[in-house]
Design a protein around this ligand. Structure first.
Ligand SMILES: NC(=O)c1ccc[n+]([C@@H]2O[C@H](COP(=O)([O-])OP(=O)(O)OC[C@H]3O[C@@H](n4cnc5c(N)ncnc54)[C@H](OP(=O)(O)O)[C@@H]3O)[C@@H](O)[C@H]2O)c1
Length: 307
């Protein structure tokens, strides 16, 4: 490389052992992008990584493990949540985002791309999980590094925590007794569309930090989501709405039938009462991506499951 040439862009990927991060890693590798994965347990990453991918051991709760990993990075993906860490997860998520933002700023990282959750910030009933997702976005943004935040509802795909919840409920229970959240509107999105957005965000022209709300072309209720899934699976399901069933009691029985860890499942279930719909559609202007409808997204997930 001559002195006048700048080094090729280096992308830092966190959460590469997770649902979205592992798929994004494949997408980045397919585009021959130089990737550095930060993982708490590098052994959990696939063995067949591309030659353009390197792995650093680190933990966002350990600031000392972050400075070296940021060196030379142009874009850093933050695809982490600490919902599985117990009751104080909001505090840990806050601390993790602060550590990450500080290290990124100090190393001169040009852009952070973060995936968070939809939900109305002004709603006093917003679940602790969704509120924490928004807070993490604010912390990353206030680090001074340009931050692109995506906010999404349920990500439809095989293995996605929130979609797993819908799947396991529908697969296991012919009759569901549900509280009001059956009628909560949501705007899920196919994982393939999420990945397109995350990849395209690298190419946005530099500018101010921005929030993009993303969702499929359909707004559905959780009840409709369950019924669409049941129909595609050839299952007959009866949903009985019992408005007096408290969300707490509901979360107890939901916890019994979902595969997500009880801790993570409970935080997700708490958010079912909150509408998660796109109110600002500026993503449709900024990107050429046109997300799939809910049914198409589910068909894609089921095909993936079968293959
Ligand atoms: N999946 C969905 O339906 C959905 C919907 C909307 C938004 N999102 C957002 O998308 C992002 C990614 O979600 P996901 O579904 O891919 O989550 P996930 O599968 O649970 O993965 C979480 C990742 O975070 C990593 N992590 C946790 N604590 C860490 C720490 N202290 N240091 C470094 N890494 C740590 C985990 O690594 P280990 O292997 O070490 O545990 C894992 O790779 C999250 O911000 C989530 O809120 C997801």
């Amino acid at each position: 490389m001559s002195e006048s040439e700048s080094p090729p862009p280096l992308v830092l990927l966190t959460g590469a052992t997770g649902y979205i991060g592992s798929r994004l890693l494949t997408g980045l590798q397919d585009q021959h992008i130089n990737v550095r994965c930060l993982a708490r347990s590098p052994d959990d990453l696939p063995d067949d990584l591309a030659s353009t991918t390197e792995v650093f051991q680190g933990d966002v709760l350990k600031p000392d493990s972050l400075s070296e990993v940021m060196t030379g990075v142009t874009t850093a993906y933050y695809l982490i949540h600490l919902m599985g860490s117990g009751a104080g997860f909001q505090e840990l998520d806050r601390e993790a985002a602060e550590n990450f933002g500080l290290a990124a700023k100090a190393a001169g990282v040009q852009r952070i791309i973060y995936m968070g959750g939809l939900g109305d910030e002004s709603d006093p009933q917003l679940s602790p999980h969704l509120r924490s997702r928004h807070e993490v976005g604010q912390i990353l943004c206030s680090s001074g590094v340009e931050t692109i935040e995506f906010r999404a509802s349920v990500v439809i795909g095989n293995g996605s925590l929130s979609f797993d919840l819908i799947q396991s409920l529908t697969n296991r229970l012919p009759v569901m007794i549900c509280p009001r959240w059956l009628a909560t509107p949501t705007q899920p999105i196919a994982v393939s569309d999420v990945l397109d957005y995350l990849l395209a965000a690298r190419e946005l022209p530099p500018g101010d930090s921005r929030i993009f709300e993303i969702g499929s072309s359909d707004v559905v209720t959780y009840g409709e989501l369950i019924q669409i899934y049941a129909r595609l699976k050839g299952l007959r399901r009866w949903l009985v709405s019992v408005p007096l069933l408290t969300p707490y009691l509901s979360s107890l029985w939901l916890g019994l039938v979902t595969p997500a860890s009880a801790e993570v499942g409970r935080h997700l279930i708490e958010g079912l009462k909150n509408p998660t719909v796109v109110k600002d559609d500026s993503a449709l202007d900024a990107f050429s991506i046109r997300p799939l409808g809910v049914e198409q997204a589910m068909r894609q997930a089921l095909e993936e499951e079968q293959s």
